[in-house]
Design a binder for this molecule. Structure first.
Ligand code: SF4
Length: 300
């Protein structure tokens, strides 16, 4: 069976489960990236009912927002319900820029609180389709399967395979406790993704044409040095982070905590992993700094 057909079979199975367990169609979560574009096409070709949702991170590039708007308009015209999920934190509308002062430290590779709040909020109580792929990350490869039961407790996480009827029964028994996830292209390689996009002429986010390899928040700490390029193309986002770091320092000082950072620019350079800045914290210092200030810092 070819990759496309296998993915179609997977979403058809997920669709049956979604309708039986939740009484509602699958939800394709659309990040605006290439993998989401393929998932949208796969569910369309599967001929199943579905909806599309986007979790607004508030730090996406304008190109991503325009691209999503266009897609949503087109999908809604063909009768597919689309929804933007606005992020909330402790009952209030959240943005990346509000979260940084609240959390009192910048988002980092080891503290991705922003993802949890800005990107993982939607889809609760639904069966969702994501474009997660093993090829994309070693961590994802060890953690994610074709079918997942999303729960905050990793010990309770179920990684299920749709070939196993017995386990599907177990799946049904846990039906109302959280969202289920199907990753229909989890085993696609990068090459498969680009070949499919090209052969099927799928429109993708214009950021790829601008040389981006990944589509996510501008300044995402997971992007490493590529952030310099992002900030040179989108300087407004750099200024937004610096303003947020400034407010973060005010909050740290107001709470009576100590910090080696003197200015918001110091924080920015540390966050961008620039070395040899006076008073600079290294990433290794971060855990120590957190534990020293742990009582004043809000980690959840
Ligand atoms: S900045 Fe990166 S880690 Fe944070 S929400 Fe965006 S994608 Fe997730």
């Amino acid at each position: 069976m070819d990759l496309e057909q296998k993915a179609i079979e997977r979403v058809r199975t997920a669709s049956e489960m979604s309708l039986a367990l939740y009484g509602s169609p699958l939800v394709v979560t659309d990040s605006g990236g290439k993998d989401s574009a393929i998932c949208r096409e796969i569910v369309r070709r599967a001929g199943i009912p579905y909806e599309v949702q986007h979790n607004l991170t508030t730090a996406d590039a304008p190109q991503t927002i325009y691209y999503l708007r266009e897609n949503f308009k087109r999908l809604e015209q063909s009768g597919i319900p689309c929804q933007i999920n606005y992020p909330f934190y402790k009952g209030e509308r959240a943005t990346m820029w509000k979260l940084i002062p609240i959390k009192k430290f910048p988002p980092t590779r080891i503290q991705r609180y922003c993802c949890q709040i800005l990107k993982e909020g939607g889809g609760m109580g639904r069966f969702i389709i994501t474009g997660v792929r093993w090829d994309e990350s070693v961590k994802r490869k060890s953690n994610r399967g074709i079918f997942e039961n999303f729960t905050k407790d990793p010990g309770k996480k179920l990684i299920l395979n749709n070939d196993n009827d017995e386990r599907r029964l177990l799946f049904e028994n846990c039906s109302l406790k959280g969202k289920r996830i199907c990753n229909p292209i989890v085993d696609w390689k990068d090459r498969d993704v680009w070949e499919y996009i090209e052969s099927e002429r799928l429109p993708v986010n214009p950021l790829y044409e601008m040389g981006f390899f990944r589509v996510g928040c501008i300044g995402c700490p997971m992007a490493g040095k590529i952030r310099w390029k992002e900030f040179s193309l989108f300087p407004t986002y750099k200024h937004a982070y610096i303003r947020a770091f400034d407010r973060m320092l005010d909050c740290i000082h107001a709470g009576g905590s100590k910090t080696r950072w003197k200015t918001a620019e110091d924080v920015f350079l540390w966050w961008m992993e620039v070395e040899q800045v006076e008073g600079q914290l290294k990433l290794e210092d971060f855990e120590e700094w957190r534990s020293e200030n742990g009582k004043q810092m809000e980690l959840e």
